[in-house]
Design a protein around this ligand. Structure first.
Ligand code: ES4
Ligand code: ZN
Length: 326
């Protein structure tokens, strides 16, 4: 079996996917036209050409601009259905989707419009593709903790449809410690908790996410490799890392995929998973992330199988319900 088919056939979970980051330029333009929204680019081609990033912030500026095309419930539904079609083609059996309500409520879109559209797509993905899914609300860390509390307030009537919370957006200068009270409240509400840490920020942010926010997974976490004591802890505690190799290259966290430390993290015994982050912006969905990483780092088929198994074990699906995939 060729490598691509081997990867596709592995049952896998995607645990680090920003649904707004799956907005392909074609859909962005179609929605903008339908909704009468003006985008900062003239064409689909010009939009793709603008996707040359120097760091996380240079990407986020475009990502928030593109999200302005999303207005109605059906827009969020279409966006997520397009993602699920791609995920299904890549052998994804379970997906935990991040969404950024503040990106939309700041533009006057109702919290319920976003949630209803995404949730309807999650239901449809189950019936159409047999993909189970969960929604994880991400707080934007460049905003204040009080703004996070206001967003949590809007989420309270819908906690049956929101499985967990995360922390994303500009990492540097916005340490996990800024959100200690908010995450404590979320944990008290029974929500699962994750956070982006150690993507651009220092290893100390990973330690803060673990100790102060008490997260169950670290999103990215690749800078853990700079701190041997932290590496030992992550291996000992089997804290899942949701690594996104193509994202890291596009945002210049590593210069080339051959220099990515995923294999080093895996071989140090950390619970590493492969994910796509913002596939419309970073040049590949989850299958492409597996494939390009396998080639660049010379991963064995046993290692690829381990990565896929890790993703299922690191998911928020209760262990008793995972047996069909393992
Ligand atoms: C993100 Cl790659 C990345 N990092 C932090 N926040 C984000 N939001 C969307 N993509
Ligand atoms: Zn991310």
């Amino acid at each position: 079996m060729d490598l691509e088919s081997y990867i596709r056939a592995l049952p896998k979970a995607e645990l680090h996917l920003h649904i707004e980051g799956s907005l392909e330029p074609e859909m962005m333009f179609a929605l903008a036209q339908r909704n009468g929204v003006t985008l900062p680019w003239d064409s689909v081609e010009a939009t793709r050409a603008a996707y040359a990033f120097s760091d996380l912030q240079s990407f986020l500026d475009l990502y928030y601009a593109g999200a302005a095309a999303l207005i109605h419930e059906r827009d969020f539904h279409e966006l997520a259905m397009a993602y699920f079609a791609r995920a299904h083609a890549d052998g994804v059996v379970h997906a935990e989707l991040f969404f950024d309500p503040q990106t939309h409520t700041e533009r006057g879109i109702a919290f319920e419009t976003v949630l209803d559209g995404l949730e309807r797509a999650c239901q449809e993905a189950q019936t159409r593709y047999g993909i189970s899914s969960r929604l994880i609300l991400c707080f934007l860390r460049h905003l204040s903790e009080d703004e996070g509390f206001a967003t949590l307030e809007q989420a309270l009537p819908h906690l049956g449809r929101i499985h967990g919370v995360g922390l994303d957006s500009s990492e540097k200068g916005h340490p996990p410690s800024k959100f200690t009270r908010l995450f404590a409240r979320c944990r008290d509400l029974g929500l699962h908790v994750v956070a982006h840490a150690g993507e651009e920020g220092p290893p100390a942010y990973i330690v803060e996410a673990l100790d102060l926010l008490q997260v169950e997974r670290i999103d990215h976490g690749v800078r853990a490799a700079e701190d041997p004591a932290l590496m030992a802890r992550l291996a000992r505690e089997q804290v899942p890392l949701t690594v996104c190799p193509l994202s890291n290259i596009k945002l210049c966290v590593f210069d080339r995929l051959e220099q990515h430390n995923l294999r080093q993290l895996l071989e140090a015994g950390l619970k590493v998973t492969i994910n796509s982050d913002d596939p419309a912006y970073f040049g590949g969905y989850v299958g492409q992330n597996y494939l390009e990483t396998a080639i660049a780092l010379g991963l064995s088929r046993a290692q690829l199988k381990q990565l896929a198994r890790n993703s299922l074990e690191a998911s928020f699906v209760p262990e008793a319900l995972r047996s069909p995939w393992l």
